[in-house]
Ligand binder design. Structure first.
Ligand code: NDP
Ligand code: 8X3
Length: 253
């Protein structure tokens, strides 16, 4: 699996990690199916990476659309053997008691439902062909709680456990599963989306830091995929050096 060319289906390829992952694999001659909602972004990426990139405009939350998209890939891109479930988002950073329930629902719909929609649509082909790799983009937020991380961190805990359970189901099939769990990463639209376009709030988490880059994350994905076929990288947890876990807090009267 590690030596020949892959067909890599990347969700959330219109920005950030997904675009970096698409560029890294296409740069090595692998075929890339780039999925996201913003068609114009995907068209620009297609122009940049032609003829190795096939754009698919799809909302991962919509199961029927995902199934249709997976079933109507052109011949050269149809035998997907690497799925990178990267599409996702955080919304808000307020305490649970003040959070917007619609934003909570959108995170669950995108980060959990969207991820399982894509997995269920593409996994049978991998199992039939006896080769494949599902790479899920989780987060350090799955394991390290922080104030305001409430539902976002919980969706990433879902991604982490789903990845482990997938491995159990895929025992003996040759299909591999990896969960890549990055910490603070700059150079993406993650923070702008989280703070609804408020540029000042979006920039604040990165001020005075040297965060991970989308290319750092793409390299971790690429490394896991390019291991020999006998090797399954279960989890990659990565943080910038400037980030570490904090102590448990004690509230005193
Ligand atoms: P970006 O906001 O830059 O990218 C998110 C991507 O997801 C975009 O391409 C967006 O495309 C796509 N997307 C969002 N909703 C949908 C949807 N419903 N259907 C299809 N595509 C969708 O953020 P990042 O690159 O930073 O984030 C990528 C992943 O990495 C996310 O899962 C995020 O949770 C995770 N992550 C990010 C970290 C960070 O610090 N940046 C750290 C750890 C994990 P479009 O809007 O065109 O649909
Ligand atoms: C994104 C990293 O720390 O903002 O998953 O939750 S964090």
């Amino acid at each position: 699996m590690s030596t020949d060319k892959h067909t890599v289906f990347v969700t959330g390829a219109s920005s950030g990690f997904g675009a970096a992952i698409a560029r890294m694999f296409a740069g090595e001659g692998h075929r890339v199916v780039a999925a996201a909602r913003r068609a114009e972004r995907l068209a620009a990426l297609e122009k940049e990476l032609a003829p190795l990139l096939h754009p698919v405009t799809v909302d991962v939350r919509d199961r029927d659309s995902v199934v249709r998209a997976a079933a109507s890939l052109p011949a050269g891109f149809a035998a997907v053997d690497v799925l990178v479930n990267n599409a996702g988002l955080a919304l808000g950073l307020g305490p649970a008691q003040e959070a917007d329930p619609d934003e909570w629902q959108r995170m669950v719909d995108t980060n959990c439902t969207g991820l399982i929609n894509c997995t269920r649509a593409l996994l049978p082909g991998m199992v039939d062909r006896g080769r494949g790799h599902v790479v899920n983009i989780g987060s350090v937020a799955a394991h390290h709680p922080y104030p305001g991380g409430n539902v976002y961190g919980a969706t990433k805990a879902f991604v982490s456990q789903f990845s482990r359970n997938l491995r159990a189901d895929l025992h003996g099939t040759g299909v591999r599963v990896t969960c890549v769990e990055p910490g603070l990463t700059g150079g993406t639209e993650f923070s702008e989306v989280r703070f609804s376009g408020d540029a000042e709030r979006a920039a604040a988490p990165y001020a005075g830091t040297d965060p991970l880059t989308p290319e750092d994350v793409a390299e971790a994905v690429h490394w896991a995929v390019s291991r020999p076929a006998r090797v399954n990288i279960n989890t990659v947890e990565m943080m910038p050096v400037v980030q570490s876990a904090g102590p448990l807090r004690i509230h005193r009267e």
